[in-house]
Structure formats: structure tokens, C-alpha cells
Design a protein around this ligand. Structure first.
Ligand code: IMP
Ligand code: MG
Length: 188
């Protein structure tokens, strides 16, 4: 039986990047990270909830002594714009003192969340804190210090959904990266 996804039923969601393209990029970045951290232990910290599909893909290609953990922060309400205030909803369980930490994000938009996380984790004395984000939306950056060390793809100023990214908690399960077009929200 042909599968009809919710997004398809609503006629939402042109494909920006396919699952194969995302996996290929994860493979390349995983190899780069493996090389850059050679001989080291790495704490890979996923930002809940959006980073889950990308992190699952990425860690398979990091050939190091890896520990994983998760952190949940929110700067968004239920709409499409940031509130600018970051709150920690679930903290790291590992002691990251003198550890190399790689934050894994779904997307870096204004950079508010990332700038906050770098400072927040930095206060615990890690050896290093770097960031691997599936997507980067540099045109929206307001926090200039928020630099993405490893980026999957650069996107235009679109509202992205799929592969972990949500609109009002919907579409995280789309197996590709897509975006909302004007009028799409009215169909929900
Ligand atoms: P920032 O703090 O503005 O950089 O935004 C970071 C977070 O906002 C991301 O981790 C996402 O959860 C969310 N976000 C930013 N842009 C988008 C988007 O285009 N689609 C869905 N979520 C987004
Ligand atoms: Mg997020």
C-alpha cells in the first residue's frame, strides 16, 4: 500500500535535501570530526528535540571513543519566531570538566541558543566546546559569536521543517528537509 504522509496529505513540504543527501553529509562531517579529534574522547551533546535524527546519523560516522548525552533548551514558543530568552529544560548528566564537547544542533538561526549554550557549558571547564549543526541560516544571525564549526548545509531564510525540525511540534518525523511556504500554516 502506498504510504501517504501527513505532509503529503496537506500538500506541504517540497524536498530541500533528501535522506541520502543528509546521510552523505553526515558521513563527510563524521570523517572530519574523527580526524580532528584523533586519540581523544568526545562527549557528543544533542540538543533536544530537533537534533535527534541528525545526531543518530552523525554518530555512526564518528570513529572515536564517544559518549552521548542530551540537553534541552528552548528559546521558541509555539510559533516561528524566537523569544530571545533561553531556558534549560533538561541538563547534561556527564561531568564535562576537561572533556571535549561537541554540541549537535538541528539549525542555527539567530544564534541565541548556541551563544547561550557555549557560555553555559563553558562555565563547567570543558577542554573544548564545538558545534555541529545540520543546518545554518547565517542571514538571520544576530549573535555574531555564534560560529558553526561543522555544518551540514546552509539554507536561505525559510521556515524549515522535517528531519527533526518542527512547526508547533509537527513534522519532526519527515525523512527529508523541507520548508513551509506562505499559506501552508492555514492548512494545519
Ligand atoms: P536560534 O536560537 O535563533 O539560533 O534558534 C535555534 C532553534 O530555533 C533551533 O534549534 C530550532 O529549534 C529553532 N529554529 C530556528 N529556525 C528554525 C526553522 O527554520 N524551523 C524550525 N525550527 C527553527
Ligand atoms: Mg533546536
Amino acid at each position: 500500500m502506498a504510504e501517504i504522509r501527513d505532509a503529503e496529505r496537506l500538500s506541504i513540504g517540497k524536498v530541500l535535501y533528501t535522506q541520502d543527501q543528509i546521510r552523505e553529509r553526515a558521513k563527510e562531517l563524521g570523517a572530519q570530526i574523527t580526524k580532528d579529534y584523533e586519540g581523544k574522547q568526545l562527549v557528543v551533546l544533542g540538543m533536544l528535540k530537533g537534533a535527534i535524527p541528525w545526531m543518530a546519523e552523525l554518530i555512526k560516522y564518528i570513529d572515536l571513543d564517544v559518549r552521548i548525552d542530551f540537553i534541552a533548551a528552548s528559546s521558541y514558543g509555539s510559533g516561528t519566531t524566537t523569544t530571545g530568552v533561553v531556558k534549560i529544560k533538561k541538563d547534561v548528566e556527564f561531568d564535562i570538566y576537561k572533556k571535549d564537547v561537541l554540541i549537535v544542533e538541528d539549525i542555527v538561526d539567530t544564534g541565541t541558543t548556541l551563544a547561550f549554550m557555549q557560555k553555559y557549558l563553558g562555565e563547567r571547564g570543558p577542554a573544548s566546546v564545538k558545534i555541529c549543526s545540520m543546518l545554518d541560516k547565517p542571514s538571520r544571525r544576530t549573535k555574531q559569536g555564534a560560529k558553526v564549526d561543522y555544518k551540514g548545509f546552509t539554507v536561505d531564510d525559510l521556515f524549515i521543517i522535517g528531519y527533526g525540525l518542527d512547526y508547533d511540534e509537527k513534522f519532526r518525523n519527515l525523512p527529508y528537509i523541507s520548508y513551509l511556504e506562505p499559506g501552508d500554516v492555514d492548512k494545519l
